[in-house]
Design a protein around this ligand. Sequence first.
Ligand code: ATP
Ligand code: MG
Length: 572
Amino acid sequence: MTEKKEEEIIEKKSLNFIESAVENDLKEGKNHGKIQTRFPPEPNGYLHIGHAKAICLDFGLAQKYGGICNLRFDDTNPVKEDVEYVDSIMEDIQWLGFQWEKVYYASDYFQQLWDFAVELIKKDKAYVDEQSAEEIAKQKGTPTQAGVESPYRNRPVEESLALFQKMNSGEIEEGAMVLRAKIDMANPNMHFRDPIIYRVIKHPHHRTGDTWKAYPMYDFAHGQSDYFEGVTHSLCTLEFEVHRPLYDYLVDELTQIPSLAKDPGYRPRQIEFNRLNLTYSVMSKRKLLTLVKEGLVNGWDDPRMPTISGFRRRGYSPESIHKFIDKIGYTKYEALNDISLLEAAVRDDLNKRATRISAVLDPVKLIITNYPEGKVEEMEAINNPEDETAGSHFIEFSRELWMERDDFMENAPKKFFRMTPGQEVRLKNAYIVKCTGCKKDENGVVTEVYCEYDPNTKSGMSDSGRKVKGTLHWLSCAHCVPAEVRLYDRLFKVENPAAEQDKDFRELLNPDSLKVLTNCYVEKYAVGMKPFSYLQFQRIGYFNIDRDSTPENLIFNRTVGLKDNWGKISNK
Ligand code: ATP
Ligand code: MG
């Protein structure tokens, strides 16, 4: 086989099924070779990591095939929608690194959709039903049993036309009437059994105000919006697979109406892929909204939330989210994605990105008894061993230091390679010291640890090569700054909260998902850094600076630990 052919095969293999479908369409010359996608969020909440999967596909595909991707707000339900959500959605998409061509709103098409509905009524393909939602549901039948026709199904066209006008003028109460497409009450696809296409909602719309009282249902808005915009590939999640025949039916009907029809060589195509579901998390906007509204988390961008803004605040980089989404891929099978895969992608990315600094989260004093009082040395600390261009900074060293309480043990087991009387350890970027003892209070709590240093072992010195097993981080008491550090754990205590349907999901929350430490210290170097900066606290984990942090009141968030030790902890 020639090298070129082999390359082609490798290239083909790495295409996902959607890319293959797109390439096929291009090969067949569909839509005159044009590719256009859209990301269609409903502005009823903040975006979550599941949306990131759809965003990467919608925008990524357009980029790959030289097409365009628009942002379309699916704002057909005024009750749940808000401008706050519109703004946050735009910010999150851009943070992920994407830029839409244009912004559209389904509400921009309310007039065209209305005109289309009127045309369907005139063709006797839609009618106003005066039954309640419950009655209509009861008549739907089952997949194996035909439904029952509504007593209003065959009412005169003029009657439906007049009532449809009234549905929109405010004369009709919510729930008193709906407009239904007249298709087939015996169709094996339940979505064809005279679906509701318009309902009355008397609530001002965030864009159109009081102009409309009759609002189109999702199925009557989505495909048509795609068509009006010229979307070629309408990518959505698997639960819409059963809606696809209706999507196609309505587009067909639309092409039959001269005032609304477009170039006959154009046709949008819906393709479905599997949702992203994350362990120890929930993806439903309704549930996420409940957590926010009931104060069970601190807002949509709480770092424990699976929202894009939560991950951003927690210190995840957009690149790490891309890596994770690439890894899980796009298929036709629903799956539960392991959150440790996401965390591994975050660690992997932050390893190359994060500035290393020292922080002591649970401090105890360490006194170097043979180090001159008042002496201060500047020790060089490399900013990132994975990135030469990141440079280095200096950290002050003196006689009195802070060290982590659990780095000392008075009576340590053999393999404790940290601070214990009689044992040598290296203080990172500084000297080798030998522990000489400690002081305790009346309750036996260690209040000070003592050691002696060897001046000939300074890091970087030619004869500093003496081997010791442990290296500890530290901070000079007189030169560091206090800080608050927030440690986050999984939001839920069970792997798949959505599967526990007999329980209220709120009962499944992990009560220990947030631990606030207020007695911590960090290097002064952190004071000049901006909120959201990516950091690694040496030996502890990846952290970032919280958005509410100020130089006077530093706040850090733990992004992720250095290693995946959650399994171990949870089995304790
Ligand atoms: P909800 O039903 O919880 O209100 P939704 O999932 O319908 O939310 P939308 O705002 O309508 O949210 O979604 C916008 C786009 O994102 C849709 O194309 C949808 O298919 C996709 N999407 C939503 N959730 C996920 C997910 N978990 N994985 C992949 N794509 C998703
Ligand atoms: Mg939706």
